[in-house]
Design a protein around this ligand. Structure first.
Ligand code: ATP
Ligand code: MG
Length: 205
C-alpha cells in the first residue's frame, strides 16, 4: 500500500523530532569530553581487521600532515602493502625480520629480533614529533614474554602527552587493557580462510 501524503508528512515529522532528541543527547555527551591528549588505542580479539584498523589510524594521521611511526612485531617477512605506501610518505618502519614464530621455532632468535624492534619503538615513543605510533602485533611479545612487560608499559605511559599509541594483536592482557583509553575487541564471526579461501595480496596483507 502506498502511503498517503498526510502519512508521509507524519512520518517525516516524527523522524525530525526523534533526530532532534538524538542530536541533543549526542551534543551533550560531546560537550562533556573536554580533555585533549594523546590516547592509547587497543585493538584486540580473534576477528580480522586489527592491523588494518591500526594502519587506518596511521593513514589518517599522515593525511593530516602529522608524523607517524610503525613498529611491527612478528609479521616481518610478509611485505604488507601499507609499508610500501606509508614508507614512501616518510613513515619510519621497524619490522621484525624473522617471520611468524611457528615458522622459525627459534625462541632465542625471536627474542633478539623483538628486542631490536622494541629498541626502535622506544625511540618513537620518546619522540614528541610522532603524533601516532603503531605497535602492530605487540600483544604476542608480552604473551610470549619476549619483551619485558614493565619496560613496555613504562615507555607507553611516559610517552609525550600529545602522542597516540595504537596497539594491535590477539589476547591483550590486563596490563595493556589497564593503560588503554579505548579498547576494541574484534569478534571472529566468520573468516574466509576456514572456507578454504587463500589470503589475498592487497586485501589480507
Ligand atoms: P588484518 O591484518 O587483515 O587486519 P588482523 O590484524 O586482525 O588482520 P592477525 O591476527 O594479525 O589479524 O592475522 C594476520 C592474518 O591472518 C591476516 O592475513 C588476516 O586476514 C588473517 N586472519 C585474521 N583473523 C583470522 C581468522 N580468524 N582466521 C583466519 N585468518 C585470520
Ligand atoms: Mg594483525
Amino acid at each position: 500500500m502506498v502511503a498517503s501524503e498526510k502519512q508521509v508528512k507524519d512520518i517525516n515529522k516524527k523522524h525530525k523530532i526523534k533526530s532532534q532528541k538524538l542530536k541533543q543527547k549526542v551534543d551533550a555527551s560531546i560537550a562533556k569530553a573536554t580533555e585533549e591528549r594523546g590516547l592509547v588505542l587497543l585493538i584486540t580479539g580473534n576477528g580480522k581487521g586489527k592491523s588494518t584498523a591500526g594502519f587506518g589510524v596511521v593513514t589518517r594521521c599522515v593525511g593530516h600532515g602529522y608524523k607517524a611511526a610503525v613498529a611491527q612485531f612478528i609479521k616481518g617477512d610478509w611485505e604488507c602493502g601499507e609499508r610500501h605506501l606509508l614508507a614512501s610518505h616518510g613513515v619510519p618502519f621497524s619490522v621484525m625480520a624473522t617471520g611468524f614464530t611457528w615458522d622459525t621455532q627459534d625462541r632465542e632468535g625471536d627474542i633478539k629480533a623483538a628486542t631490536e624492534v622494541w629498541t626502535e619503538a622506544k625511540k618513537y615513543l620518546a619522540d614528541a614529533r610522532y603524533h601516532v605510533v603503531l605497535l602492530d602485533e605487540l600483544t604476542y611479545m608480552l604473551g610470549y614474554k619476549y619483551l619485558d612487560k614493565e619496560d613496555v608499559i613504562h615507555a607507553i605511559i611516559n610517552r609525550p602527552a600529545e602522542q597516540t599509541v595504537v596497539i594491535t594483536g590477539r589476547g591483550a592482557g590486563k596490563d595493556l587493557k589497564q593503560i588503554a583509553d579505548t579498547i576494541s575487541e574484534i569478534k571472529d564471526e566468520k573468516h574466509a580462510y576456514r572456507a578454504g579461501i587463500k589470503a589475498r595480496k592487497g586485501v589480507d596483507w
